[in-house]
Design a protein. Structure first.
Length: 727
């Protein structure tokens, strides 16, 4: 029976065999976490410490639960029936159905999907005569979900956390929404844990029954638990305290969806006498890659601490490459070329991954890979031109250049909401069919003939007038300016800027990236033709393909060759995250960088650009502070960016495929700015100018890095070579 312990290293075996009392297993990347979990489960069964149904085992995904069940069955040599093994929500749902009568539900209650949740909340708001267009339910449902993730019932939301939502409070709408769910004999996803935890807290008999039922508790990915998951687990672990939580505080990267890193950091406080076991022997990556990860993450203060070391016998490995490029187009070309070379050398494309910080960054790589015929797979999201916001924006552009494009017109005629409902659209279709004209022409005729009245008529008239004005902007100012004008005057940009859903900010970034894509083309028609070709070129057949994804989507995966592009201040670490979360957000960004580095087995290439384009203009970028936190002895640098002292003297202009670098001096108002050289002295309190952030005062100088308090942008840390002394 003990053969299942063979092959475990000392720390892994200790984590498996320490069965009694609270245990926290700090499992670094690539240290065999899943093997430890499944072997521990099997060990408890095979040593007859518990029956299968006396172990509560919690995973974060259904896929992880299936994999764990399969491994356990292999280890114990038979089916593992009666297991309490699954995700937090699936296990809570199982409990809730057992005690449905105690939460005013039947055992057959419905679990609403996101669309049903939204529809139910909308009904609640409309019953209170709230304008769901001015106060969209999408934002409110996000707020309610965050309250549920924190374990707050409506009466537990304080007045300080409450929000004004129309003529009433969000807390009151939350209460009305819960009443409506109760009347429907339904719960939403957040209720599964909220109602179960509330039941365990207020009903000692139910809690005692589960204490008798579960002798052992195993929790995977503990660093990703939110508040309500933490409460639920702690309540169930109070009796035996035989709880084993496995996680990695250095890989806690989901605060934006409620994860609390403090849950893992305070484990010893929550469970006095807890044993902490560190899994530090990494079986995935080479020494240079592990050294890079260790040096980087050591800059975080909120961590329990561990240091990965290689479990491989060999001590070599290629150094981590840090490459700099003139712009993101050159970066995409380089990565495409490098992957092509690796392919020629016999490397599988599936062993190559490009991991980006934000979704908008994928466009340059998608287009480059298609251009050179490099098969790729976008993991964890839609391809750039398939995203809803991009399709909407392109539909506006299609109508602008091709008024007879009825499909495009139907897509945007009521996006954002203009009060043009199904009835009005039906009349447009009827008129278009009878007169054999496009919908845009039919709209004009219906308006003139009175076929549509009220708000729908006024909105249609305004939309058609806008298209006439946008055509003029297109003729006079070009397609990039026309695109920006459409987003602003149509209300489409405002719709996403005002949206409070978690993905709204990413959609805004995608729209900005679309503006950058437009600037690469001489005409709007040329761009639209390009998009059509890209969309047709689709999955490039199944099989061996490069993986392209965000860093968040890459967690848990590994590849032989990993490319980490866009390591620039503002991109990574992400400026919006820093603005909203400060020092805490910076540590999470660093953990995200750590996750990216530790995905690589043999080869890691990090890159940054000197310039990134915002619509039609180029802005200088500074390398990410994370590049400074990598160990020099394990890294090499290279690339084709201009020397630092020259970068601030150049801008890029594009004319077709020709790139022209134009030297320029900067004159702002009455002040002339002079570029600084690396050797120039710069005193504290000096007044300086930066092309991107404007004027500011020097607060600190550290080598070639300068901290400046900008008049408009606040405090930033920039390269000395990118600033000019104001004279």
């Amino acid at each position: 029976m003990s053969t299942y312990l063979n092959g475990l290293n000392h720390a892994q075996r200790e984590a498996v065999e320490t069965t009694e009392g609270p245990v926290l297993v700090l499992a670094g990347a690539g240290t065999g976490k899943t093997r430890v979990l499944t072997t521990r489960f099997a060990h408890i069964l095979l040593t007859r410490r518990a029956l299968p149904n006396q172990i509560l085992s919690v995973t974060f995904t259904n896929k992880a639960a299936r994999e764990m069940r399969g491994r356990i069955e292999v280890l114990i040599g038979g089916p593992a029936d009666g297991l309490w093994l699954g995700t937090f929500h699936s296990l809570a749902a199982r409990m809730l159905r057992r005690h449905a009568d105690r939460v005013n539900r039947t055992a057959h209650f419905s679990i609403l999907d996101p669309d049903d949740q939204l529809r139910t909340l909308k009904q609640v708001m409309e019953a209170r005569h709230l304008d769901v267009k001015r106060f969209p339910p999408q934002g409110l449902i996000g707020t309610i979900q965050r309250w549920k993730d924190r374990g707050l019932m409506p009466d537990q939301v304080s007045q300080y956390e409450d929000l004004d939502w129309g003529a009433t409070s969000a807390r009151d709408l939350y209460a009305a929404y819960q009443d409506r769910l109760r009347a429907l004999d339904a719960v939403d996803f957040g209720d599964l844990l909220l109602l179960t935890t509330d039941l365990l807290k207020r009903d000692p008999d139910v809690l005692a029954a589960y204490h008798r039922a579960f002798r052992y508790i195993l929790v995977d990915e503990y660093q990703d638990t939110n508040t309500i998951q933490y409460y639920w687990m702690r309540l169930l672990a109070q009796a035996h305290k035989n709880v084993c939580c496995v996680g990695d505080d250095d890989q806690s990267i989901y605060s934006w969806r409620g994860a609390e890193i403090e849950n893992i950091l305070r484990f010893e406080t929550d469970f006095p006498g807890a044993k902490i076991i560190r899994l530090e022997q990494n079986y995935r990556s080479t020494v240079p890659i592990l050294a890079a990860a260790a040096h980087l993450i050591s800059h975080n203060k909120s961590r329990l601490g561990k240091t990965l070391h290689s479990g491989h016998t060999e001590t070599g490995g290629e150094k981590v490459e840090i490459l700099s490029f003139w712009d993101s187009d050159e970066e995409a070309r380089m990565i495409g070329d490098r992957i092509g070379i690796l392919r020629e050398q016999g490397e599988k494309l599936a062993e190559c991954a490009v991991l980006v910080r934000a979704g908008f960054q994928t466009r340059a790589f998608e287009e480059r890979f298609i251009q050179i015929g490099l098969p790729y797979r976008l993991i964890g999201g839609l391809r750039f031109y398939e995203r809803a916001e991009i399709r909407d924006a392109i539909a506006y552009l299609r109508v602008l250049t091709r008024p007879a494009d009825d499909l495009a017109f139907e897509r945007i005629v009521n996006v954002p909401k203009r009060g043009i409902g199904d009835t009005a659209l039906c009349r447009l279709r009827e008129r278009a069919s009878s007169d054999r004209v496009p919908l845009t022409e039919a709209a004009s005729r219906v308006i003139m003939g009175g076929g549509v009245r009220g708000k729908a008529r006024d909105s249609l008239r305004e939309l058609l007038e806008n298209f006439w004005n946008w055509k003029r902007v297109l003729r006079e100012d070009g397609h990039v300016i026309a695109f920006s004008t459409i987003l602003n005057e149509s209300g489409y940009a405002a719709m996403w800027n005002e949206n409070k859903s978690p993905d709204a900010a990413g959609r805004v970034e995608n729209l900005k990236e679309l503006g950058r894509a437009l600037a690469d083309f001489e005409t709007l028609e040329g761009f639209l033709d390009h998009v059509s070709l890209v969309m047709e070129n689709d999955e490039m057949a199944a099989g061996d393909r490069v993986a392209l994804m965000t860093l968040h989507a890459a967690k848990g995966l590994e590849f032989s060759n990993v490319f980490l592009p866009g390591w620039e201040e503002g991109v990574f670490p992400n400026q919006r995250a820093l603005d909203e979360g400060g020092a805490k957000a910076l540590e999470e960004e660093r953990r995200l960088a750590y996750v990216g580095i530790t995905r690589a087995r043999h080869r890691l290439i990090i890159s940054h650009c000197a310039n990134r384009r915002v619509y039609a203009t180029w802005q200088s970028s500074t390398p990410s502070r994370f590049t400074e936190e990598l160990p020099g002895e394990f890294c090499t640098s290279g690339g084709t960016a201009l020397p630092k002292s020259e970068e601030s003297l150049f801008v890029s202009s594009y004319f077709g495929d020709a790139r022209v670098h134009v030297a320029h001096s900067i004159t702002v108002g009455r002040h002339t700015s002079t570029s600084l050289r690396d050797s120039d002295d710069l005193s504290l309190g000096s007044r300086v100018f930066h092309q991107k952030f404007g004027y500011g005062i020097v607060r600190d100088v550290d080598g070639d890095r300068v901290t400046i308090d900008f008049d408009q942008a606040g405090e930033k840390r920039v390269l000395k070579s990118y600033i000019e002394q104001s004279r």
